[in-house]
Design a protein around this ligand. Structure first.
Ligand code: SF4
Length: 371
């Protein structure tokens, strides 16, 4: 009998946990979406419209302009103080040579202890998994189609799984906890245990803009008004893990809730990025977002505003930043609060902005100044 451990945000697990999951929880895993292409076409695939079926590459929220734009990949890893990377998609095997190149690059840059795991449907190009392992891949998470969950002996993945294990790679299974599929999931866990896999990861099934129609057709609903998680998915995972804990099962099983992904993994990653990328003028909130003062005008150029602030208002140039990309002057919030009423009289617009410290700088809130 194994102990079922409670983790944060309703996640639970039976030991051992994958090193990849531990790093994810700390926010120290770089998320590399290496392509939006995938041969599997699962009805529950949550990938967004912008990424699904498109050969685009992202290092966390930062889009690479093409395969050779690896400077951003390394920089993003540094910004979050990454101790590893999770290569996902789409399906990384769909672009296996790019995946190999990135594994090698990350290992060369950050050393052999930099833990790299990869998620794949294993449907296409599985003959190249050995090349990826040789390049330094530490863990493969295979995603078998639901039709094989209770019959893995018939799955085309069997050979790739065996081959990966024989070549010294940690192998896991990663699937969504689909409500009412307890028996199939348990059968998959037993098969994984009997075949010496390391872990089974169960993700809470989630609605997204691209899978909502299919999930609705199958009668699934959201679990509550503030969540995109599917009702019953968590209960299914809990029942399976409870049952597995009473069986003779040695492998690790981890249920990862959608609130764990948002509230722990993403939040911690954002906090790390905020700490490493904040300018002197940025305030970091307890959630890891930035608070910035922002000034722009329809009548005066940014260069003119900058000059006025330095020369007339004697603002320390460490506390001002001319952000051409966003077409605005950023200035320390505590400074702007004091001078906003005078700037407004000079035809300038002043705001207090809260935004993510991510490459896309997603805005959370915009408050006009003076208060
Ligand atoms: S294998 Fe994963 S990425 Fe590919 S379609 Fe299925 S859920 Fe989406």
């Amino acid at each position: 009998m194994s102990k079922v451990n409670k983790w944060l945000k309703e996640s639970i697990f039976i030991n051992p946990l994958s090193p990849g999951c531990k790093m994810c929880a700390k926010g120290s895993k770089l998320v590399v979406l290496i392509t939006g292409l995938c041969p599997a076409n699962c009805y529950y695939c949550p990938l967004s419209k912008e990424k699904k079926g498109k050969d685009r590459i992202f290092a966390d929220e930062w889009e690479l302009s093409d395969e050779n734009d690896t400077e951003k990949l390394i920089l993003e890893a540094r910004y979050i103080g990454a101790t590893g990377a999770g290569i996902t998609g789409g399906d990384p095997l769909a672009v296996w040579s790019r995946t190999k190149k990135y594994i090698k690059l990350l290992k060369d840059e950050f050393g052999t202890n930099f833990h790299i795991h990869l998620y794949t449907s294993g449907m296409k190009n599985y003959e190249y998994t050995n090349d990826l392992i040789k390049a330094g891949l530490d863990e493969i998470r295979f995603h078998p189609m639901p039709a094989f969950w209770n019959n893995m002996e018939k799955s085309f993945l069997k050979k790739s799984i065996r081959n990966s294990l024989d070549n010294g790679c940690d192998v896991a299974i990663e699937i969504p906890a689909i409500p009412n599929m307890e028996n199939e999931i348990l059968s998959l866990i037993k098969w994984s245990n009997d075949n010496n896999l390391c872990w089974v990861n169960l993700n809470e099934l989630e609605f997204s803009e691209t899978n909502a129609n299919e999930l609705n057709k199958k009668g699934f609903t959201v679990k509550d008004d503030i969540s995109a998680a599917v009702k019953g998915s968590q209960e299914t995972a809990y029942r399976v893990i409870e049952f597995a804990s009473k069986e003779n099962i040695d492998i690790g099983i981890h249920y990862c809730s959608s609130s764990f992904k948002d509230g722990i993994q993403l939040r911690n990653r954002i906090k790390r990025r905020a700490k490493n990328t904040a300018k002197k003028s940025d305030l970091i909130t307890k959630d890891g977002t930035f608070l910035k003062g922002v000034v722009y005008s329809d009548r005066i150029t940014l260069d003119q505003i900058y000059k006025i602030l330095i020369e007339e208002f004697k603002i320390d140039n460490n506390l001002i930043f001319l952000n051409k990309k966003k077409n605005r002057i950023e200035i320390a919030a505590w400074v702007l609060e004091k001078i906003a009423s005078r700037l407004v009289k000079k035809d300038m617009k002043c705001f207090l902005i809260e935004e993510y410290p991510t490459a896309d700088g997603l805005e959370v809130e915009k408050t006009p100044l003076p208060f």
